[in-house]
Design a protein around this ligand. Sequence first.
Ligand SMILES: NC(=O)c1ccc[n+]([C@@H]2O[C@H](COP(=O)([O-])OP(=O)(O)OC[C@H]3O[C@@H](n4cnc5c(N)ncnc54)[C@H](O)[C@@H]3O)[C@@H](O)[C@H]2O)c1
Length: 265
Amino acid sequence: MKIQGRTFVISGGASGLGRACAQEICQNGGNAAILDLNEDQGTSTVEELGASQSRFWPCDVTSSESIASAVAGIVEWTETTGKALAGVIPAAGVGIPGLIIDKNYNPLPLSTIDFVMGINLRGTLDLVRQALPHLARAPPDASGSDGERGVIIMVASAAAFEGQMGQVAYAASKGAVAAMTLPMARDLSWFGIRVVTIAPSAFETAMTALMSDKVRRGLEKAMEFPPRPGKPSEFATLARHIIENVMLNGVVIRLDGATRMPSKL
Ligand SMILES: NC(=O)c1ccc[n+]([C@@H]2O[C@H](COP(=O)([O-])OP(=O)(O)OC[C@H]3O[C@@H](n4cnc5c(N)ncnc54)[C@H](O)[C@@H]3O)[C@@H](O)[C@H]2O)c1
């Protein structure tokens, strides 16, 4: 799939990994439709990328109506620009730590579980399902002979495989995203749409900026090579390769420099 002349929808596109993907797509001649809760950062991202190649839709991925209104706007935009929809990167996500039961015998609040699952899992699925009727009708990529229509790049985490203490809810959401990859690729093969999930270890974003120095030092000990957190641009480079390489499908790719998370830091 060529990026040039196509439109990609990115939730969580106003910050971190999603924002880096929007930058990568625009630098390679694509258009980025940015969906995010954070209106200030959404607006400044579009100012940086340029209004001819990017647009921002304020969107809460836990609200189906909010997604529907953004998708309707994006479809209108693609009709104006002539740059057909070619992919979705549902990168909006949150991580709220919490033990399944704390030292005072309080179980993890259901509200925490619902919040994390609502954004990371339900929000991912809802955005993908609402974009699909449009993606599945997009003209196939004329530059190849495979009849490819698009690609979904979901974002899991190392926590899908080795969640740490306090990550039950986050690991549940990311494990589910990883598990959806193959069945979704199978469902979409008839339409020429691929599905790939990236499972990153720690990357330098707003999400990890909140970590204490102790946690940061502990994480560094778990790193092999390179012994540092990933850069959002490194995530975006992989996303670009996934878009461009038609043979990548139905797979979860770890992007972690061989880091394997220990139980606790
Ligand atoms: N940074 C890491 O180390 C790391 C590691 C593994 C996985 N991830 C995953 O990568 C994805 C991106 O995270 P990031 O590190 O770029 O974090 P980030 O905080 O920089 O960006 C996340 C974005 O999602 C948006 N968002 C949150 N809730 C939303 C909602 N309900 N509706 C719409 N937008 C919402 C936020 O406003 C923010 O702009 C997440 O799914 C995260 O779980 C990150």
